[in-house]
Design a protein around this ligand. Sequence first.
Ligand code: UGA
Length: 454
Amino acid sequence: MKVCVVGTGYVGLTTGVSLAFLGHDVTCVEIDQNKVEMLRAGRCPIYEPGMEDLLSEASANLRFTTSFAEGVPGADVVFVAVQTPSSADGSPDLRYLRSAAETVAQHLDHPFTVVVNKSTVPIGSGNWVDAILRDSFAQREDRPEGCEFAVASNPEFLREGNAIHDTLYPDRIVIGSDNPRSLEVLNQLYRPIINQTFTAPGFLPRPDDIGAVPLVSTDLASAELIKYAANAFLALKISYVNEIGQLAGKVGADITEVARGIGLDQRIGSRFLQPGIGWGGSCFGKDTKALIATAGEYNYEMPIVRAARDVNSRQRQIAVERLQDELRILKGRRIGLLGIAFKPNTDDLRDSPAIDIAKLLVARGARVKLHDPIAGERFKREQPELAPHLSETIDGLFDDCDAVVLVTEWAQYLEMDWSKFVGLMRTPILLDGRHALDADRMTRLGYRYLAISG
Ligand code: UGA
């Protein structure tokens, strides 16, 4: 099928490259000329494992352009995957979505095009985009005869760092539209994934246990709510284990054992029960906030979602308090933070716990250093006021430190030779913010090992 993807952020790029890999004819429209040039040269503007490999495997079916006129005409499906940053009141800023929809409508010419909202948008945005498309289309003097279109929602469940895996081997595909014809088109588009008929990329073999992928085909509002409800549930699952983790510390229980013990109950499930400093990134914070904002428009409170957010920000405070309890005085102390990205295998710094913790420590007079195996350059660009605190090497981070915190559990940190660094520290305090290190081993090496919870 002929596909156009507007926006080459995480979601747009993964969607476009994956669909081209599956054999569809894909044009990605991106307004940033630099990004287009990078992508044309086969380089990926974001750090995402496997993306450059897939780009090269899919290149015969894939084009990048700044021009809507090269992508939208003739397309069976147009994905709109532009950014929707949070505005001051917590609701997403839809200005880019509006502008993309207006421009798409100026170029529609096909007998039937499905315009898919791929960005995470508030419930009701499908109808809003539909109205914008129709207004903009009606204003065209060159309006083609017999051109029809409909809006659908097709939420994305990919995790950064696992984007290609989650797209090619998803747990489910959700499509929502109030127009049955759009559901048919999307069903056809995703057939190779639903039936798993494509040849798996060499670098990402098909998991043994994957069968046919369930397709949830529903109305527009339900698809939109599924996205928010899924993210909020995952966020509250993590906050729940972190809340129990603090209690575990007080009663002398081991939270990793508790998490294992409850996660083996299949009704609870073991995934997303990893205790630690908590969640960050571009999705959970923003989506839980947006859900609360949407509910607010209906005068409806969401105390469970609100509590998940509160517990999550408390975890960041607790990290600082654990250090204060141990060091007594934070002023003048050198504290090293290992990991800046909000999680491993990404260079994304949005809502990263490390940045918040660094700011809290600086505000209390500590001297902070940060290290990240991948996100350092991006950190310097995006956080200029913290940039001088970046340590280029791990040795440099440990050197003369009063305490080191493992904030992001990069494999490089988990696998490094920790015996090399303990002697560099002024006091060998190690706060494991992710319950990712072996406490006994660290203690044997001479660290004073502390976990974020019990
Ligand atoms: C999340 C969802 O997992 C995706 O399904 C969804 O598509 C995406 O948001 C989105 O809406 O675009 P992502 O934010 O990329 O994906 O990252 P996750 O792997 O979900 O991790 C989120 C945060 O939770 C990270 O900070 C991670 O460190 C933390 N986490 C995760 C835990 O603290 N404990 C866990 O057990 C799992």
